[in-house]
Structures are given as C-alpha cells and as structure tokens.
Design a protein around this ligand. Structure first.
Ligand code: NIG
Length: 392
C-alpha cells in the first residue's frame, strides 16, 4: 500500500541533490511512501493508493534525539524549584532518582518508559538514544539496559553516571565494578558506553578506564563532558574517538581545535543549561571553527525534563548564535552523526519514512513560535511505539 503526502509547502530533505541548499529544501512538494520506505520525492501532485493532504504545511525528517535518560522513576520537581530559588545544580540529585528507580523495578519502569516514548513521538522525534544510569548496581543497571534495548536500537550503558551512596569514598572500586561485572551484565543489550566526566562525578583517568573497557567489549563511545565547568572531558572524548561529546557548555580554544580536527560530534543540550541556569554554549564559535554539532533534549528528571527538540532549537537560535537552518540540521543529520547513522535524519528515496509534519508552513516557525505545539503529525520511528504489554 503506497501513500502520498501531498501539498507540502516546504519539504526539508537534507539531501542537497534533491532541493535547495544544504537542507535540500523543495517547495510545493510531495513524498511517496511504500510501507516504511520513502520511494519518491518530487513536485506536488504525485499519485498513490492513499493521500495525506499536508495542506500547505512544512515536512521535515523525523528528529533524531541522540541523548536522553528516559528510564527512571519519580521526578525532582522540588529540586527544580529550589534551583530556581538560587540553589546550584551539581548532579547530586542523580542519587535521589537512583533510589526511586531501584524501588520501582521493571513493573514500575516499563509503563513510565512507554509514556515517555509516546511523548517523544508527539515531540517529532523518530530516533531516540536511551541511557541507563539510574540503577548504579549490577542488577539494576542490567534491568535498565534490557528495558532501554527493548525500546530502541540506540541503548547506552551509563553505569559511570555517579558513584552510588554505598560506594561513597571508594570511587575507584566502583569504577572497577563498572568495568567488570556491570559491563559484563549489560554488554549484550547496549550499543554504546558513556561516562559523566566532571568534577564530582568521574575524573579523566576513571573516565578513560570506563571508555577503554567499553571499547574492548565492542561498544561505541560517548561522553558527558564540560557541563558544569572547564575540564579534560572534551579532549579525552576526542582522544578516545568518541562518536559524540555531550553538553560542551564550556569550551576552551584547545577543546574547539580538538573537536574541529576530529570526527567527534559536539552535542549541545540547551534545555539543560536553561533548567540549571548555566550559561549557554557558544555554538557559533564552534561551528565557525568547523566543529560538527548536534542538539539533543537530554530528557531526564533532574537537569532537563523535556523531550521537546523544538524548544531546544528555539534556545539554540535565540541564545547560542545558531541560524534556524543550523538548528534544523543539528536535530536531524547532526543527531544522526552523533549516533554514527546515515540512514536517519533525511528524507530520500530508499530511506525510512520517518517524518515530522509541522502545523506551520516553514521551518522558521520552530524558533519563531517557541512553546507552541507545532508538531502536527510524526510518521514512523525506529523505537517501540506500542506499550510493552501489547495494549494500544
Ligand atoms: O546529562 N550530567 C549528568 N547526567 C544528566 C543529569 C541527570 C540528573 O540530574 O538526574 C545530564 O544532565
């Protein structure tokens, strides 16, 4: 059964051979889909078995959200309120969510994850990375890894998120646990390994040990770095060949140079800087130096409780010096590059039919109308959209 999405005012393909500029923009377009695959991109008026009238709307590739922590229980609204009253964010609340997550177990975590995946889809994202990191024991991290892996092909092991209370003062022992029994318990579930390299979490040596163990186990590498201050993380990430170094709120000239001469993507998480009252990263400086960038939501209960990449794009344009077109690229092809994927983030014949249709005529509205629910339809996804229990 074929479907034509017709009467598209503005189609963003991200394929310069199909349309104008780096975003491959086609005006007055249609897209023909056969099952889950795009079969044709062209002028309006194509014919297929079924027709979806976009009625002058804008169609983009489904967004690629390359950094989330969707498997958790509870929330930290009170911590957020205290922060808005002046308390600084230091990541210590991760232990609060760890307690709630261990207590909830699979029976509590699975429906919560399903609800968040539905929210991610409503927000226009069709690919989502999901980290563990609120279990912090062998059994709990294994449970979170299996839940994440059942939901998405982009599951990440983040046992080195924070030293849990029972290992307080014994961080190196905890790193040994992460690199040994914990990694053994999760490795069959996950594609990636990640570390929070920051003062108060894990230092450069500990982070290197975790990434090395992950690489030896066959996992791809990612890193949280330079969220709360300058540090060694970005350069460590480049040295280790991480696919992406995430946060990058603080970037020195040497960090930018290292990123620009590497394949490592700098993934900005502006909703985190918003929710923790951090300064925004200077994306303009990084892009002008030749750094490949992505934008992700970092959806988690502590530092960024939003799944809205539209909101993140508006922040990036308003406060990080990015153009609207750069922000659109950062949540599509940028996110795909951060996950080392070349199949998603584009609308091209032969590619997956993952699309976001805005209730607006052009991409500019994503930053121009912040806070407005502009996602009219999201088509397709490569993560689970039916509740795990099977009911709709
Ligand atoms: O990316 N920085 C570390 N991890 C998350 C925060 C998690 C939390 O505060 O619960 C982040 O911001």
């Amino acid at each position: 059964m074929t479907l034509v999405i017709d009467n598209i005012a503005e189609l963003i393909t991200n394929d310069p051979s199909l349309g104008d500029g780096p975003l491959g923009v086609v005006d007055d377009a249609s897209v023909v889909v056969d099952g889950d695959t795009v079969v044709a991109v062209g002028p309006a008026g194509a014919v297929a078995d079924e027709r979806l009238d976009a009625a002058g709307r804008c169609v983009l590739p489904g967004f690629v959200d390359s950094h989330t922590h969707l498997v958790f229980a509870g929330d930290r609204a009170e911590e957020f309120s205290r922060r808005m009253a002046g308390e600084p964010y230091d990541g210590g609340g991760i232990r609060v969510t760890t307690d709630a997550t261990r207590t909830a177990g699979r029976a509590g975590l699975e429906p919560a994850l399903d609800g968040r995946l539905a929210e991610v889809h409503r927000a226009g994202s069709t690919t989502v990375e999901i980290k563990t990191g609120y279990g912090l024991s062998v059994d709990s991290e294994a449970e979170l890894a299996s839940l994440a892996a059942a939901a998405t092909p982009e599951a990440t092991f983040l046992g080195a998120h924070l030293v849990p209370s029972e290992y307080q003062g014994r961080a190196d022992d905890y790193v040994e646990l992460v690199c040994g029994p914990m990694l053994d318990a999760v490795r069959s579930h996950v594609r990636w390994i990640d570390v929070f390299c920051e003062t108060g979490a894990f230092d450069a040596d500990q982070s290197r040990a975790v990434l090395t163990a992950g690489r030896d186990a066959g996992l791809g590498l990612r890193l949280h770095a330079n969220q709360l201050g300058h540090g060694p993380g970005v350069q460590l990430g480049v040295e280790m060949g991480c696919a992406s170094v995430d946060h990058c709120t603080y970037l020195s000239d040497a960090d930018i140079e290292a990123l620009a001469s590497s394949d490592t993507v700098a993934t900005f998480l502006p909703a985190t800087d918003f929710s923790t009252r951090q300064p925004y990263p200077d994306a303009r400086r990084a892009i002008d130096a030749g750094v490949r960038v992505a934008i992700a939501s970092n959806c988690n209960p502590g530092s960024s409780y939003t799944s809205s990449l539209s909101f993140c794009m508006a922040l990036a344009v308003r406060d990080m010096g990015m153009t609207i077109d750069e922000a659109v690229a950062a949540v599509t092809t940028g996110g795909a590059a951060a996950l080392r994927r070349d199949d998603v983030g584009r609308i091209t014949p032969g590619g997956p039919a993952h699309m976001t249709i805005l209730d607006a005529p052009s991409r500019h509205h994503l930053a121009y109308r912040p806070g407005v629910p502009l996602i009219w339809r999201t088509l397709g996804a490569d993560y689970r959209l039916q509740p795990a229990g099977g009911q709709t």
